[in-house]
Design a protein around this ligand. Structure first.
Ligand SMILES: Cc1cc2nc3c(=O)[nH]c(=O)nc-3n(C[C@H](O)[C@H](O)[C@H](O)COP(=O)(O)O)c2cc1C
Length: 318
């Protein structure tokens, strides 16, 4: 239980290179790209290159692809081998309308035969040394919970690892993840299982392990604006306690986030994208509303830094 691998979840719009690097500083074990369209990969490799690109320091690193056509998915996976990621993950859990209406993401849970064929063809298209993982939900809705059968089919088709986010597509993000589904799937399959959903503290990580006995934990929203969560979880699982984060560390982390972002993107893009990222650092803390206002009206990263410093020194204009 002490040395459980931790994954940063694929988070479209958030888990870019800068955030992944920051999480690596805080001891995350595995990183995954934001979801990348298989069609896009084949049609316009330059445009999607930014999503796929990673640095050696990010290893072990995986690229997540989505799509619905087994041949296209296999072609995209073959194209990805040029980037040499450590693993390829197939998205079968995304509930977003524009993905689902193309038969991709969690729509594949309604078509397990197609999902199986995707796994079989992708597996054939990548080197034997490259791990293939599949990420999915508990089912389409509460009347069609097929995660057990689906997981077994993915395993038989050639998946090396499975990740379960135990909510239905219909739930999107409402309600609670049902960690008992993770536990049941763990008992049914023989390949490693990553548990995902609602882990947002060291205590909840320990609780997921207790309930589900999964082989690894994947964390998404809980890490937004809180990349130190990975270190805290590791410490808690190993030693039974963890160091709380200090205000100085929060500031340092947010400033480093901006610095890292500037390594990969133009200033104006960073200013825009940091609006959503930085607000997470302040969530639930005094002055967060004022900080969000200021961040949303900042025109430069220098301004962002000033506002962050003022906020954490208590001078947040209230
Ligand atoms: C903003 C956002 C973007 C997401 N993007 C992806 C994605 O690209 N691929 C994917 O498989 N899941 C995506 N997810 C789902 C997460 O990976 C994860 O399964 C879900 O948030 C549950 O885990 P959590 O409770 O730890 O956040 C996204 C979730 C959020 C909130």
């Amino acid at each position: 239980m002490t040395n459980i691998p931790l994954y940063l979840a694929p988070l479209a719009g958030y888990s870019d290179q800068a955030f992944r690097r920051l999480c690596k500083d805080w001891q995350v074990d595995y990183l995954v790209s934001e979801m990348v369209s298989a069609d896009g990969l084949i049609r316009d490799q330059d445009k999607t290159r930014a999503y796929v690109t990673f640095s050696e320091a990010e290893r072990p690193y995986g690229v997540q692809i989505f799509g619905s056509d087994p041949a296209v998915m296999a072609k995209a996976a073959a194209a990805l081998t040029a980037f040499n990621p450590d693993f390829i993950d197939i998205n079968m859990g995304c509930p977003v309308r524009k993905v689902v209406k193309r038969g991709a993401g969690s729509a594949l849970m309604k078509d397990p035969a197609c999902a199986e064929e995707i796994v079989r063809q992708v597996k054939k298209a990548i080197p034997a040394s490259m791990t293939l993982s599949v990420k999915f939900r508990s089912g389409w809705d509460s009347k069609s919970l097929n995660y057990l059968d689906f997981g077994l089919r993915m395993q038989d088709a050639g998946a090396d690892i499975i990740c379960l986010h135990p909510r239905t597509t219909a739930q999107v993000f409402s309600g609670q993840s049902n960690w008992e589904h993770i536990q049941k799937l763990k008992q049914a399959i023989s390949i490693p299982l990553i548990g995902n959903g609602d882990v947002d503290s060291p205590e909840s990580a320990a609780q997921m392990l207790k309930v589900a006995a999964c082989d690894a934990i994947m964390i998404g929203r809980g890490a937004l604006g809180r990349p130190w969560l990975f270190t805290q979880i590791k410490q808690y699982l190993a030693e039974g306690y963890y160091h709380p984060i200090t205000k100085a560390q929060i500031l340092d982390c947010a400033l480093t986030h901006i610095d890292y972002a500037l390594l990969y993107k133009e200033e104006y893009v960073v200013v825009r994208e940091m609006r959503s990222q930085l607000c997470h650092y302040a969530k639930g803390m005094p002055g967060s509303k004022e900080l969000r206002e200021k961040i949303n009206h900042s025109g430069s990263t220098q301004e962002l830094r000033v506002h962050l410093r003022q906020w954490l020194s208590g001078k947040h204009g209230v």
